[in-house]
Ligand binder design. Structure first.
Ligand SMILES: [Ca+2]
Ligand SMILES: [Ca+2]
Length: 456
């Protein structure tokens, strides 16, 4: 049977649907959406709805089939070239290939069938529909048929959003760490951001979805990592990651001169205890000084440093923080002449030595030093000593002003102590002679006893 004959049969079947006694083909006709030219008495509009303007791959749509006039009986044939048909309504059916649907009885003039869109990239889909409105007479006269066809493009697939991220590479803990994040979406979908922060590789959950790490959470040497994923409501962007290391703020060096006033030749005490480090602590102080006379020195010290200068001093302090950061300070110190002890007189009076001296400074105490040993402290400018030994003796007077033991302000005076000590010395000499004489006698006795024993 040729195609034309088949179509003619289909039309015939449609014509007789209203005459159940001779309806031998109530199951419709597949693949006949191009209709036939036999029933043109009055054209009818074939109606198809429920399809999208552009389809989304894999999406399911419910198609409604109908006609523009009411009729006692009807039939249809719907063909598609892509996707699948399923779930036909009462009085409709789908073929095994799921590419064609038709009526299964003549009782309806409207039907529904589901269409599942093909996979992404399938391109244009064509729907072709033929409907027939039958008047129930058993001939072609008085029937109406109509055709409808539509092509549907695939909706463009979603484009994933894009996210860019950067972190400042020179940041210390004095300011907030702010991530520079931007996002875009080719489809103009709104993009939401998922932000995570890690400190030294460990997630900091309290900062989730925040763009800023507050300064109070930052510490020098820490590595902060930011991870960002964008989502356009459909899919995620690629994850972007950036890291930065929090830099160390150098310490601030501050020289504090403890000694005041500063006198030539006297010790000067300075301290670094006012130095500071905003993000750590000062762990070392390195001092160096040079005076305009060329004297110089240096020292490692925690805080206090003491030195002696003889003219204007240039003092340098280098403080080091716990991460090796360095702060520098320099100070010029003027030194002036200080007070002095002078004109020491020492008069021997019997066994005593009477000392007195001049002093041109403020109220002071004085250490009295005999041969390098402090033997007394007085707030007078005189002192009477009773030396134990005779001979050459040196007395020094060292002033103590506000607890400072002055060196340049001290003065020494030599004296040769004589007197009673010499008698003690003579007595000792006489005792030595007696002892020597006794030893001589004992020796002679020993020799004599030797001779006597030999004679026996
Ligand atoms: Ca998108
Ligand atoms: Ca620091």
């Amino acid at each position: 049977m040729g195609r034309f004959s088949t179509l003619a049969l289909a039309v015939l079947l449609l014509l007789v649907v209203s005459a159940p006694a001779i309806d031998g083909h109530p199951t419709g006709k597949f693949n006949t959406s191009d209709g036939c030219g036999c029933h043109i008495t009055s054209p009818v509009n074939a109606q198809l709805s429920g399809y999208p303007s552009t389809y989304a791959a894999g999406e399911q749509y419910v198609l409604a089939i109908g006609m523009s006039i009411s009729a006692p009986a009807g039939g249809f044939s719907l063909d598609i070239d892509k996707g699948t048909l399923s779930n036909p309504s009462t009085d409709a059916q789908v073929d095994s290939l799921q590419l064609s649907a038709t009526h299964s009885s003549s009782d309806s003039t409207s039907w529904t069938v589901s269409w599942t869109a093909p996979s992404s990239g399938s391109g244009m889909v064509t729907f072709s529909l033929a409907v027939l409105a039958a008047d129930g007479n058993i001939d072609a006269g008085g029937d109406s048929s109509g055709l409808f066809s539509v092509q549907i493009a695939e909706a463009s697939p979603n484009t994933a959003p894009q996210v860019s991220l950067s972190l400042p590479q020179s940041v210390d803990s004095s300011t907030d760490l702010v991530a520079n994040i931007s996002s875009s979406d080719a489809d103009d979908d709104p993009v939401t951001l998922n932000i995570q922060w890690l400190r030294n590789g460990f997630r900091e959950g309290s900062l989730d979805n925040l763009q800023t790490v507050p300064a109070i959470m930052l510490g020098p040497g820490q590595v902060w990592t930011c991870k960002v994923i964008g989502n356009d409501g459909i899919e995620n962007s690629q994850e972007v990651i950036a890291s930065t290391t929090i830099s160390n703020s150098p310490p601030t060096a501050l020289i504090n001169i403890v000694t005041n006033p500063v006198w030539i030749g006297e010790t000067i005490t300075v301290t670094s205890q006012m130095s500071s480090d905003s993000d750590g602590e000062v762990v070392n102080s390195i001092w160096s000084w040079i005076d305009s006379s060329g004297n110089s020195g240096s020292a490692y010290s925690m805080q206090s440093f003491t030195f002696t200068a003889y003219s204007q001093v240039t003092l340098t302090l280098q403080v080091v923080d716990d991460l090796g950061g360095i702060g520098l300070a320099t100070k010029t110190i003027e030194v002036v002449n200080g007070p002095h002890v002078s004109d020491i007189t020492s008069i021997q009076n019997g066994q005593q030595v009477e000392l007195s001296w001049q002093w041109d400074g403020p109220q002071s105490q004085f250490s009295v030093i005999r041969n390098g040993n402090v033997i007394a402290t007085t707030n007078q400018t005189s002192f009477t000593d009773t030396p134990i030994f005779s001979g050459d003796t040196s007395y020094s007077i060292q002033p103590i002003v506000d607890g400072r033991h002055l060196d340049a302000g001290s003065e020494s005076s030599p004296i040769t102590v004589e007197s009673a000590c010499e008698e003690i010395q003579s007595t000792n000499d006489f005792a030595g002679m007696i002892l020597g004489f006794i030893m001589l006698i004992l020796s002679l006795i020993t020799v004599a006893m030797g001779y006597l024993n030999r004679g026996e």
